[in-house]
Design a protein around this ligand. Sequence first.
Ligand code: GLC
Ligand code: MG
Length: 258
Amino acid sequence: MVKLTKGVAVNSFLFVTDLDHTLVGNDNALKDLNDRLQKHRQEYGTKIVYATGRSPVLYRELQIEKNLIEPDALVLSVGTEIYLDGNDTPDSGWSEILSPGWDRELVLSITNNYPELALQPDSEQRPFKVSFFLKEAAAGDMLPQLELELQKSNLNIKLIYSSGIDLDIVPRTSDKGQAMQFLRQKWKFAAEQTVVCGDSGNDIALFAVGNERGIIVGNARPELLQWHNEHPADYRYLAQDFCAGGILEGLKYFGFLE
Ligand code: GLC
Ligand code: MG
């Protein structure tokens, strides 16, 4: 939707953000950002999407704790589940894309041979996501070896390592970036009218998948900063401020907000 305010064209945009240490972590700035986003959604039809590694259970906890505004869609469990319009069941069109070549039990039987991998709590084990804690010191040597072994079994998987501790194994066709594009295409937003925000390893997929506008918050983790330095792009902005403060800074930089 395009509207004119003070003679300037204002467009709706698709706003996609990670939660922990991106949207959440700077309470004052979050309040300001929430107010502006809600107003923009009301006036111009802007859409708000949260893209997080959290499962439904852990997402609800955070939503209540931080009083997060209701999003138009939720991308949970690192992109393996998409919930539209407050639905309780994940979008089946997306699940169908993830199913071919995915075998949870086989993944578990292989990872069982790696004592360095500690299973995350039950709530974080999802139909299309197997998650472990893995110490950074062990990750460097182990991850390439594990990936090779999983691939040898013809498993169509991808490893996502975040924050020096979280290892997610998910279908190759899935991550936050691909889930974001599924929504972007569904709602017909151009890449130029889409902005993605993140701070850590599992957000790299949001920035890498296409040329959507990107905001890296000032407190980003080394793994994301390293990737950003190796893949510079003028449609990506590295903010000074932290969490929601950095998001506000980036939204103004790209002209999505005044
Ligand atoms: C969240 C999830 C966890 C996942 C991590 C990184 O913390 O709860 O399962 O490993 O995000 O994606
Ligand atoms: Mg994060």
